[in-house]
Design a protein around this ligand. Structure first.
Ligand code: TNX
Length: 766
């Protein structure tokens, strides 16, 4: 490899031939991609000269904090090149200088200047110096074996939000320390600074507490684990367990601190406590016996709020926790805590009476406030899920708004700090693709673009209130995620998008530009052996209708990642199949499959959709009742798009009504003979989804006078129901379909007392 002097000579001697002869990017013509930084900095300017990093380059770090950062730089460099740089106290030629100014204008900010002789990173504080180093890493080539040109640059940068987090649930599934460290490394690479470690839950207690050995021996293990979709109610029959020793926890906290990441431990209370109750049954209202959770969802047994030994236990636990985690915040959970046990528990009722509390919600508030008082007295602050707002917020609590953004708005208006983590945008356990081969997920749909579009500041807040929004975080609940590879698949690249949401000024964010930078960023993730999801490469199919019976399938990819090929006979799309050039018209029943290929290698999921053609396909549909926002495919015509949904709640084609009825009218082009009408319906009582009481079809020639032609009454239907009614000697143009909601769910069934969901799709006309 050439050193800097020989390169200079080469430039002088060869002049214009330099590029061709040496194969380096000339200083003043840096490929744009080289300044492809994620998250996008506040200000980044390309400068004319490039810096050549070689074995003689010195890392200048005068103080211990900078030396430590220099050491981390070396670790990364070694992975890329096999060598490390010398760390020195001074140097002003062929040097990378790390320094820290004491500038309080922008916490965590830095400037980076790369010139021909020198790269200078000046942090406004130590974390800023660290982030400057992270940016520098992104200026290096993304492939091993390349000359290490650092393009000339002048960067000024600082974050938009101070809380930039990721949560990992290690209770539903357990992940070893080495993986946790990798998770933290990747966070640092994306300038995230808070790791929320969800350590206790119904299905496992994962932190060693020396005073309570049964937490290790009993609460960290479960007899078996639910397998497959919740509705299958299947179990694997295999014991499962694991916990972190205090030594391991200390190791992680230190590892994170070196990367300027604070670890926030979460100890759940009063709910999600079944594992702890199994170990210490006297802490529950009924006294047990209990069993560490084996299925997902919410359990009724919670810590007893009337029993003082519960508070003593939790204070003991928190004392050990505070000793392990030096950060200011302790997360105390507070979510999904049913009140049914408290309602029947004499001790809890006594507490309500003695304390003059209004009800069980006020009792939960009492519980949290009592714990808060204890933690505050030790100089710590609590964070809780937004349920801690119910019954009155503890005085100094920070609220994590997860059930949408309303909790965050309420808390900010009360001048409490808020961290946004809404299920609508930041639940990375939700699906990121509608591809049929996606691994099973809990539900939902949050593609990369949706994450990117998120703004943590709710519009409902004025400027003063908005200051209480400290930032946001994404959550990874791991019910359906068993190993590190799968964690990475769910987190990346969505975390990459999140990093820009949290760091980059809002007016500098641009999704198309982000996607372009992401291309190169994937190579960085490749170097780190991250199992990121490749959905931005994969083919996306959308169905469009024009109301005149013409349905078309259009294909695109977010990155122009290769050629799209397709088949219409259900066969596997191959590199040599029909090449896609324009939307495909659907005018008969068929199965369309499509995929993206680059160099004959397929990227991501394929598109695979069957269409069942009938007279109504592509015709106009008028909805008389509006579906629930979360279960609305987006356009009424999709009630007659030839696509019959699958027997799962998560199929995006269902139109869902919570408690309400369904009514829609389909209009054919002209008055026609009709011999069959139909509707697809879904029922899954576990998920509160019930078949309607009754469905009626009426037909009209003018859209005004309707005549009922078919009616069906359901008694106890379940699963996927393809209701089809044959009719005789009927002519008409308009077909009206009405389905009557099953009404209130009866006692004993999941969701008892709430209105049933009604799920319908495809209006069929033949
Ligand atoms: C709700 S979010 C929960 C978790 C589940 C998650 C699944 C929150 C505070 N509680 O216990 O794992 O939904 O998405």
């Amino acid at each position: 490899m050439m050193n800097k002097n020989s390169v200079l000579q080469c430039m002088l001697l060869a002049g214009g031939l330099f590029l061709a002869a040496c194969g380096h990017p000339p200083g003043d013509n840096i490929p744009k991609g080289q300044l492809s930084i994620i998250p996008m900095p506040v200000s980044v300017k390309a400068a004319p000269d490039s810096f050549l990093l070689d074995k003689q380059t010195v890392l200048v770090a005068a103080h211990p904090a900078e030396k430590q950062i220099a050491q981390l730089f070396n670790e990364w460099l070694k992975e890329l090149t096999g060598y490390e740089l010398k760390i020195a106290d001074s140097g002003d030629k062929n040097a990378i200088v790390l320094r820290t100014a004491k500038d309080t204008s922008h916490p965590e900010g830095y400037t980076l200047k790369a010139t021909h002789d020198l790269v200078t990173i000046t942090g406004y504080d130590s974390s800023g110096t660290f982030y400057g180093m992270q940016t520098l890493l992104q200026l290096l080539p993304v492939q091993k074996g390349q000359t290490l040109w650092i393009p000339g640059a002048d960067i000024t940068d600082y974050p938009r939000f101070s809380h930039r987090g990721l949560m990992l649930d290690v209770c539903r599934h357990f992940f070893p320390i080495d993986f946790i460290k990798k998770y933290i490394d990747l966070m640092a690479m994306h300038k995230l600074n808070t790791f929320h470690w969800h350590l206790t839950d119904d299905q496992g207690w994962r932190i060693e507490i020396r005073k309570y050995p049964a937490l290790q021996e009993v609460a960290s293990r479960r007899k078996e684990t639910m397998e497959g979709p919740y509705s299958d109610q299947k179990y694997d029959g295999k014991p499962y367990g694991g916990y972190y020793t205090q030594a391991e926890i200390r190791e992680v906290v230190k590892y994170a601190a070196e990367r300027f990441i604070t670890v926030v431990p979460e100890i759940e209370m009063p709910g999600h406590a079944l594992a702890a109750l199994t170990a210490y049954p006297n802490l529950g209202c009924t006294g047990g016996p209990y069993e560490v959770g084996t299925h997902w969802g919410v359990y009724d047994d919670v810590f007893c709020a009337g029993n003082d030994s519960v508070f003593l236990f939790l204070q003991d636990v928190l004392t050990e926790v505070m000793d392990l985690f030096p950060g200011k915040y302790i997360h105390i959970g507070g979510d999904e805590s049913p009140k049914v046990r408290w309602e029947k528990c004499p001790k809890c009722q006594q507490r309500i009476h003695n304390e003059g509390l209004k009800d069980e919600h006020a009792l939960q508030s009492y519980f949290i406030q009592r714990i808060e008082k204890y933690l505050n007295s030790k100089g710590r602050q609590i964070i809780g899920w937004d349920e801690i707002l119910e019954g009155g917020l503890a005085p100094n609590a920070t609220v994590m708004s997860w059930r949408g953004i309303d909790g965050g708005i309420t808390a900010a208006k009360q001048h409490h700090d808020v961290i946004m983590t809404p299920t609508s945008h930041l639940y990375f356990d939700y699906y990121q693709s509608k591809g049929k081969t996606e691994p099973l997920a809990i539900g939902g749909f949050i593609p990369l673009s949706k994450v990117y579009s998120y703004d943590p500041i709710p519009q409902a807040l004025n400027k003063e209130e908005a200051r209480f929004i400290k930032g946001a975080q994404a959550n990874l609940w791991t019910e359906y995620i068993e190993n590190g590879d799968h964690v990475e698949y769910m987190m990346y690249p969505r975390t990459v998008a999140l990093s820009e949401v949290l760091w980059t000024p809002a007016d500098k964010r641009n999704y198309d530009d982000f996607i372009q930078r992401l291309k190169l960023h994937f190579k960085r993730l490749d170097l780190k052996r991250v199992n990121y999801a490749k959905h931005v490469f994969e083919v996306r199919g959308t169905v469009a209708g024009n109301g005149k019976g013409n349905i078309q399938v259009k294909f695109e990819t977010a990155l122009d990642s290769g050629k799209i090929t397709y088949t219409t006979d259900g066969s596997t799309p191959l590199p040599g199949s029909n090449q896609y050039t324009q939307p495909i018209r659907i005018d008969s029943s068929c199965t369309i499959r499509a995929a993206v290929f680059q160099d004959d290698k397929q990227f991501g999921n394929e598109y695979n959709q069957s269409f069942t053609y009938h007279k109504g396909v592509g015709k106009t549909v008028q909805l008389a009742t509006t579906p629930n926002e979360s279960y609305y495919p987006g356009n009424a015509f999709m009630l007659a798009d030839g696509i019959e949904p699958a027997a799962v709640v998560s199929d995006p084609h269902w139109f869902g009504y919570s408690g309400g009825n369904f009514e829609a009218t389909l209009a054919l082009d002209s008055i026609q003979d009709i011999h069959q009408v139909g509707l697809d319906i879904y029922s899954e009582k576990q998920q509160w989804v019930y078949a309607p009481k009754q469905v009626t079809f009426s037909i009209s020639e003018d859209g005004k006078q309707f005549k009922e032609v078919y009616k069906h009454t359901f008694t106890n239907a379940s699963g996927l129901i393809k209701l089809r009614g044959n009719v005789k000697e009927v002519r008409g143009k308009y077909i009206k379909v009405q389905a009557q909601n099953a009404g209130k769910i009866s006692a004993g069934a999941p969701g008892a007392g709430s209105g049933a969901w009604l799920f319908v799709d495809e209006i069929v006309v033949n």
